[in-house]
Design a protein around this ligand. Structure first.
Ligand SMILES: [Zn+2]
Length: 183
């Protein structure tokens, strides 16, 4: 896609008002899973190096849960058909602050005692235009950010199977506004 434009495009794009973004528009993923976990995530590219991800997930076991973008937007066997973490650069799994990591590694979100997690993340590697049609998965367990001793640490952060998943999609602005009220 033709997003190779310079920063000068920013001023043109700014000023659409509402929640139309500064570098394109919001994209949305509605999350669900077999265990009743539900959630909503929004993505907005603020600049080529800043991707804003915010959202809310409910029905989680309290505590930390890995949050990752997966390669495929295939929910035919939710959440087992989403493939591995989105990894266009052939890196090992890591944490969101690591230089070497999967592009889809967003670290952990934390669910409170009621099983509700709210979060706002700015990520330097993720690009919204690379993940449309891919999936977001909230993992059962904590992501060890590639620093654990388990063999899966450098693959998935040993965060276990997915509890909820959804496809990143284009969304109409009225829908985004409606979703906003739920967050
Ligand atoms: Zn990963």
């Amino acid at each position: 896609m033709g997003f190779g434009g310079s920063w000068k495009g920013l001023g043109v794009l700014r000023g659409f008002g509402g929640f139309e973004g500064v570098w394109g528009s919001w994209k949305v993923a509605a999350l669900g899973g077999p265990g009743g976990v539900r959630g909503l995530l929004r993505f907005l590219q603020l600049s080529p190096e800043r991707c804003l991800v915010d959202g809310a997930v409910s029905g989680l076991p309290p505590g930390p849960h890995g949050l990752h973008i997966h390669e495929f937007g295939d929910l035919s066997d939710p959440c087992n058909s989403c493939g591995g973490h989105f990894n266009p650069d052939g890196e090992s799994h890591g944490g969101p602050q690591d230089q070497h990591r999967h592009a889809g590694d967003l670290g952990n979100i934390w669910a409170d005692a009621e099983g509700h997690a709210r979060f706002r993340i700015e990520d330097s590697k993720l690009k919204v235009w690379d993940i449309i049609g891919r999936s977001v998965v909230v993992a059962e367990g904590e992501d060890d950010l590639g620093r654990g001793s388990h063999p899966l640490s450098r693959v998935t952060g040993n965060s276990g199977p997915g509890l909820a998943c959804g496809v990143v999609a284009r969304s109409s602005e009225p829908l985004v506004l409606q979703l906003l009220r739920l967050l």
